[in-house]
Design a protein around this ligand. Structure first.
Ligand SMILES: Cc1cc2nc3c(=O)[nH]c(=O)nc-3n(C[C@H](O)[C@H](O)[C@H](O)COP(=O)(O)O)c2cc1C
Length: 268
């Protein structure tokens, strides 16, 4: 079966799937959108995105996340500045800030007069971030199905305390990431960004690092070709190494542990 979605996803003319559904088509064709038309996201669309998010699995049904929908242009501009001066946050009609939320459970415990010490452990912090991520990605796919586009914004972790103040977050919560949502501008110079070959990420039964990594050079060439098409330089390996070189490449996020502690997520 000729399968343009799969070949684009891998940047590999030989890539094929043996099965293909409408859901898979949406997933294969998704890309981050950073340019939006002036059309608003309707209240019904927002409700549908949140319903999709709430349909995601959630650890022990704790539902340990919240989301703040920001439409106010001034607030979006302030959030854009705090999140690394990313202009598309101010341009998108809707900015969803996904909150890792351990405060709802604490409020519950306070009202019940019970202990909530497990919330202070790293496991709970991981749990709330995982819950928020699963929910948000469900919203991403729902947005795609409605003809909307989106991009995640980890930049909200550059200044978590200032973001918390801007959104009046209670203690024991932190903005995990943002999601800018709107109608994609069809003229944005971007495409489906190829991913690593499956052989680099899929192991059978046990992990075999050397065999997996042997597929990286081919991917570097494919991603370099993709980047060149959109006026960017370099392959994948270079960018990974630059992104992870040291704390100076983290836009302030190397302080996250101490900030989490101050925000009331001590993560023991
Ligand atoms: C948790 C998370 C945070 C991200 N933060 C940003 C961001 O701050 N700015 C940005 O432009 N893209 C951000 N992205 C988008 C990634 O750069 C993008 O998903 C990746 O380059 C792959 O491209 P694609 O989504 O078009 O396939 C983020 C993605 C994730 C999952």
């Amino acid at each position: 079966m000729s399968d343009l979605l799969t070949t684009a996803r891998y940047g590999d003319p030989e890539a094929r799937l043996g099965v293909l559904t409408d859901t898979l088509r949406l997933q294969l064709a998704r890309r981050s959108v950073r340019r939006f038309t002036g059309r608003d996201v309707t209240a019904d669309e927002l409700t549908a995105l949140v319903a999709a998010a709430q349909s995601a699995p959630t650890s022990s049904n704790l539902q340990a996340w919240s989301v703040v929908a920001v439409r106010d242009p001034d607030r979006r501009a302030r959030l854009a500045a705090l999140a690394g001066n990313q202009a598309f946050i101010a341009q998108a009609p809707l900015f969803l800030v996904w909150i890792a939320d351990l405060d709802r459970a604490r409020r519950l415990a306070r009202r019940a007069g019970t202990a909530v010490e497990a919330a202070d452990y790293l496991e709970s912090t991981v749990l709330t971030f995982v819950d928020a991520a699963l929910a948000a990605q469900n919203a991403v796919l729902a947005a795609e199905s409605l003809g909307l586009g989106s991009v995640f914004v980890g930049g909200v972790r550059n200044h978590p305390e200032e973001i918390a103040a801007e959104l009046r977050l209670p203690p024991h919560t932190v903005a995990a990431f943002g999601l800018a949502v709107g109608t994609p501008d069809p003229d944005e110079p971007a495409g489906v960004k190829p991913r690593l070959p499956q052989a680099a990420v899929l192991h059978h039964e046990v992990y075999r690092a050397d065999e997996a990594d042997a597929h990286i050079p081919a991917y570097d060439a494919r991603l370099a070709a993709y980047n060149e098409r959109y006026g960017l330089a370099g392959g994948w390996s270079d960018r990974v190494l630059a992104r992870l070189r040291g704390p100076e490449s983290m836009a302030g996020r190397h302080r996250l542990r101490e900030i989490l502690e101050r925000l009331g997520l001590p993560s023991h």
